[in-house]
Design a protein around this ligand. Structure first.
Ligand SMILES: *[C@@H]1O[C@H](CO)[C@@H](O)[C@H](O)[C@H]1NC(C)=O
Ligand SMILES: *[C@@H]1O[C@H](CO)[C@@H](O)[C@H](O)[C@H]1NC(C)=O
Ligand SMILES: *[C@@H]1O[C@H](CO)[C@@H](O)[C@H](O)[C@H]1NC(C)=O
Ligand SMILES: *[C@@H]1O[C@H](CO)[C@@H](O)[C@H](O)[C@H]1NC(C)=O
Length: 414
């Protein structure tokens, strides 16, 4: 579905209110999914065709001869190729739009020397990115590299010596080259989170034990997909921008920003965050917000079609507009599966729809009532400049905090 069709879809909702209600519910699960220990979504649990088949015929798959594994791999890849062809029916190829020349599937498929559409989200913990990532990955032809830097632990990567290692890993993943990634694959053996947001891969991991630790399979599988997405909370923009500089990768990056007061209210509830200064110290987080801002100003000039900024608050307050813009920016289309993903995530919270709607509209602003003024002040003292840059208004006192609108326009200009 193109942007125009998306707006038709939106308009076809009975009323604006009805539509907002749906999107409101859908954004209310943002934060729910944004933890380090996010739950697998329902759609990730559907059994794959391969799993059903191997259950029906569980004689060959489990008593393997040495080269029967490569036959299995060939079978899975063939099946996936066909699925992708089917899933891409109806996709409107950019054909020059969004500065992407692809006009047919092969143009986007790495095993045919094509260049996939690579979409990246750069953000920090508790900023709504897991859900945004899942929206991108809801397209059935997406291969999702979820938090490739999980093994680096709860730290920010701002420069050497870790930056080089992180960039090598992410570039290899974006190129579907798993040959050098033993450490990453090894980590995935005990941390299924590495793979389980990657819908198609995870289906195969569950159906065929060991396959997901086979770098040849990982590379071949990855190279079939026309859309590749990735999200980071650990890599700062000053490092991530090196990915933009690699013309051949042709990545598109969205920087997702959130009001630090909301971020810290949310992080308070996560025990894993507290021992790590990069996660729990407002001064460090806000220094990152400042540095991200300065880099963003430059990147907008340098890569107007490949770099974009979005604030979590804006996204939540006007989700239709922003989801449509994001899809256009990435050159994606709103596949029926994406719509289904939205629908299924809105149904989860059906119950008392009115209160859900109100709650979700307020989600980015819970901190106004849940933090004391002293707590807010503590963040504000470390974050005055960052907040000024990103258009967040300081609260003056406890009464003001509860009543004011903390968000205003911002200008990406130094
Ligand atoms: C195949 O059968 C074995 C036991 O005979 C079982 O452990 C395994 O889980 C089965 N595999 C599938 C994919 O059903
Ligand atoms: C089951 O395995 C046999 C022999 O390995 C194969 O010929 C047959 O096609 C398989 N059946 C299915 C449903 O995959
Ligand atoms: C479009 O893409 C080409 C090649 O990737 C690049 O050189 C050019 O600057 C891009 N144009 C815009 C407006 O971003
Ligand atoms: C709280 O701050 C607001 C906005 O600056 C101000 O108008 C109001 O008088 C203050 N209230 C108190 C009790 O200080």
């Amino acid at each position: 579905m193109s942007g125009v069709e998306l707006s038709h879809w939106i308009m076809s909702k009975k009323t604006n209110f009805c539509g907002l209600l749906v999107m409101g519910c859908f954004f209310s699960v943002f934060l729910f999914f944004d933890g380090k220990y996010g739950n697998p979504s329902m759609y990730e649990m559907q059994p794959s065709a391969a799993l059903l088949e191997s259950k029906k015929n569980n004689t060959t798959a489990d008593k393997k001869q040495p080269d029967s594994e490569s036959k299995d791999i060939e079978k899975i890849l063939n099946m996936q190729r066909e699925l992708i062809i089917k899933d891409m029916q109806g996709y409107e190829y950019p054909n020059g739009k969004y500065n992407i020349s692809a006009s047919k599937l092969e143009d986007l498929v790495m095993e045919n020397n094509g260049t996939p559409i690579r979409s990246i989200i750069v953000t920090t913990w508790r900023s709504g990115s897991t859900f945004l990532g899942d929206i991108l990955n809801a397209h059935p032809a997406d291969f999702y590299h979820f938090e490739p830097l999980l093994a680096f632990d709860e730290i920010k990567i701002r420069g050497p010596p870790l930056a080089e290692k992180a960039l090598k890993l992410t570039t290899d993943l974006l190129n579907c080259e798993y040959g050098d990634l033993d450490e990453y694959i090894e980590y995935g053996k005990t941390h299924s989170l590495v793979f389980h947001h990657n819908t198609h891969l995870w289906k195969q991991c569950q159906a065929h034990k060991g396959l997901c630790y086979n770098h040849k399979f990982l590379s071949a599988m990855c190279k079939l997909f026309p859309f590749q997405s990735m999200k980071f909370v650990r890599l700062r923009l000053q490092v991530a921008q090196k990915l933009l500089a690699e013309e051949k990768l042709a990545v598109r990056i969205v920087l997702l920003v959130r009001d630090p007061r909301g971020t810290f209210q949310s992080r308070k509830h996560h025990y894993w965050c507290q021992p790590h200064p990069d996660c729990s110290d407002p001064a460090l987080t806000c220094a990152d917000l400042i540095s991200d801002y300065k880099v963003a100003v430059e990147l907008l000039k340098k890569y107007p079609t490949r770099f974009k900024v979005i604030r979590y608050e804006d996204l939540s307050l006007d989700p239709y507009k922003h989801v449509e813009e994001l899809y256009k920016f990435y050159g994606l289309d709103l596949h029926p599966s994406t719509k289904q993903f939205l629908d299924s995530h809105t149904k989860v919270k059906k119950g008392n729809t009115m209160s859900t709607f109100r709650n979700s509209a307020a989600t980015p602003f819970h901190w106004k009532t849940e933090l004391t003024f002293e707590e807010v002040e503590e963040v504000q003292q470390s974050c005055a400049t960052a907040m000024k840059y990103w258009g967040y208004v300081p609260a003056m006192n406890a009464t003001h905090q509860k009543e004011f609108n903390p968000v205003k326009e911002y200008l990406l200009k130094l």
